[in-house]
Ligand binder design. Structure first.
Ligand code: HEC
Length: 237
């Protein structure tokens, strides 16, 4: 009976571990790296916001990273939007369905549902595929409706010959991009860092509050100790 129980625990444990990492590359994010998040924000407005919204996210939330409203306006906002506006676009949902077969999902909390490693792997796994309507496919997300927006940076990849029908296909470079692989990886890492940030923008603040609370509690601890000594002073003699 007991050994069954341990076996069960082992299986549960093991399946969680496998579910977390199977086939995904480690994004090696540093969520405390504000500059990385800022670079990612720039990439997001330039390359993603045209199709995807981040409707829970206001532009001026980037003030948390030390950007002034003026900087946000200058570097990140095109057109008529104000710094207090949310990151939405003007794309018509029906057009989107017509073009891509599906409305591009809102990316506000995508890092929480997919996880950073998934996003990091996904954005590096596109390959050229003549059989798909967009001309692109993705080894992590087969038959994805999204074209490879960053192909000029990454270059063009194609399936390794003979591997096409297998799961977990390997791709090879067909055409070099503007960035080499290390540069492209770190470009994507910044973008994912930003997606994690918008999924939970108050994280840094929460950690700081936590530290202050521990500090205050530790003062109380000392006070309690002093009080105790005071109360028991006479009794303990
Ligand atoms: C030309 C329009 C377009 C652009 C630009 C675009 N995407 Fe997409 N994206 C889509 C569509 C359409 C889907 C839905 C794909 C599907 O479900 O088949 C999608 C899906 C995704 C998904 C998967 C969501 C999920 O879990 O189902 C992620 C993540 C994503 N996009 C991230 C990005 C990022 C990051 C950028 C900017 C670098 C970007 N996209 C730019 C159209 C676009």
């Amino acid at each position: 009976m007991r050994s069954n129980f341990f076996f069960l625990m082992f299986v549960i444990n093991y399946s969680f571990a496998a579910g977390g990492g199977a086939g995904l590359d480690d994004a090696k994010l540093d969520p405390s790296d504000g500059l990385s998040i800022q670079r990612g924000a720039k990439t997001f407005v330039n390359y993603c916001l045209g199709c995807h919204e981040a409707s829970y996210m206001r532009f001026n939330r980037l003030g948390d990273l030390g950007l002034s409203n003026g900087q946000i306006k200058e570097f990140l906002i095109f057109g008529e939007k104000k710094v207090g506006d949310t990151m939405v676009n003007a794309m018509d949902r029906e057009d989107a369905e017509l073009w891509f077969g599906i409305v591009p999902p809102d990316l506000s909390v995508i890092a929480r549902s997919r996880g950073p490693d998934w996003l990091y792997t996904y954005l590096r796994s596109f390959y050229q595929d003549d059989k798909s309507t967009t001309g692109w496919n993705n080894t992590l997300f087969p038959n994805v409706g999204m074209p490879h927006i960053l192909w000029e940076l990454q270059g063009i990849r194609e399936l390794e010959a003979g591997e096409a029908s297998r799961l977990g296909q390997k791709t090879v470079t067909k055409m070099e991009g503007a960035l080499n692989q290390t540069e492209y990886d770190s470009f994507v890492r910044d973008l994912v860092n930003y997606l994690v940030f918008i999924g939970e923008p108050a994280r840094t603040l929460r950690v700081q509050i936590g530290i202050v609370i521990l500090f205050v509690l530790s003062i109380f601890l000392v006070l309690t100790w002093v009080l105790k000594k005071e109360y028991w002073k006479d009794v303990n003699q």
